[in-house]
Design a protein around this ligand. Sequence first.
Ligand code: PHE
Length: 337
Amino acid sequence: MVDEKSLEELKKKALSEIKEAEDEKGLEAARVKFLGRKGELTRILKSIAQLPPELKPVIGRLANQIKKELEAALKEAQQELKKKKESRLPGVDLTLPGRPYPLGKLHPITQVMTELCEIFLRMGFSIATGPEVELDYYNFEALNIPPDHPARDMQATFYLTDKVLLRTHTSPIQIRTMEREKPPLRIIAPGKVYRCDSDVTHTPMFHQIEGLMVDRDVSFADLKGVLSVFAREIFGEETRVRFRPSYFPFTEPSVEMDISCVICGGEGCRVCGQTGWLEILGAGMVHPNVFRAVGYDPEQWVGFAFGLGVERITMLKFGIDDIRLFYENHLRFLEQF
Ligand code: PHE
């Protein structure tokens, strides 16, 4: 038999189903379920006639009141749905997730450049910079390369005038820094450099990081130590290094550093030309003439310097075989790093 309590419960259930209906179909289902011809409330209303006389008025009034409330709730819910539908723009579903924006990233050269700088920063070097349009004096003369010296042929130079050029290496930064600052000194000079060269391993513009350490008792052992640590940090713990005699006008003695081939591990392959070794940088003890040019006393100060090409390191690190890919700006290439 119906009582007030079960009627109230029925009302609660009906109201919550109306509220939860997501569309017109759901709303209609709720209406039929409670107010339809065989609906739960309709059935109760029909059965009131059989109730004992003293209950009839109470239950009858309550049931009719609930019926009105439910009808009002249905109407309101219908209007809500209509409003929601109208607020949608034609053909646009605002409930869809947004289109993701492609995330940009740093160019592989920038990434490796940063990584290289961080390695030297951790070893106590600080960063120095300088102009890309440089005087012949800083690019060559102060580095112990006088005019007409055959060593100038080592770097095919873009001249702007007789005395002004695009720097061919970042070594002029070292001269400028030494002119400005007193030793001891520990700097790296990262930046763009320019040479009149273009093939699978050369672009007219590329990046270098050069380093310079000057103190009273710097030795060749320090050079080997710093560069060995650097090689292992960038190419992995198992990397071996070797130093071969070489020539640069601004260092004496001069060396070239090789690392065990990153592709074959030293067995010999196409990349290392079957030698098991890859040349990665030039270095040496600073030539006394370079110290004289900046006013350092070569009897009191010693130093080592090194210079490396960032493109070459990046190519070896990622197994890239054509340097020009870095500057063609194809996203399919760049997105891989
Ligand atoms: N400046 C040299 C170059 O660009 C690299 C180098 C720097 C070599 C310092 C020795 C010492 O080729």
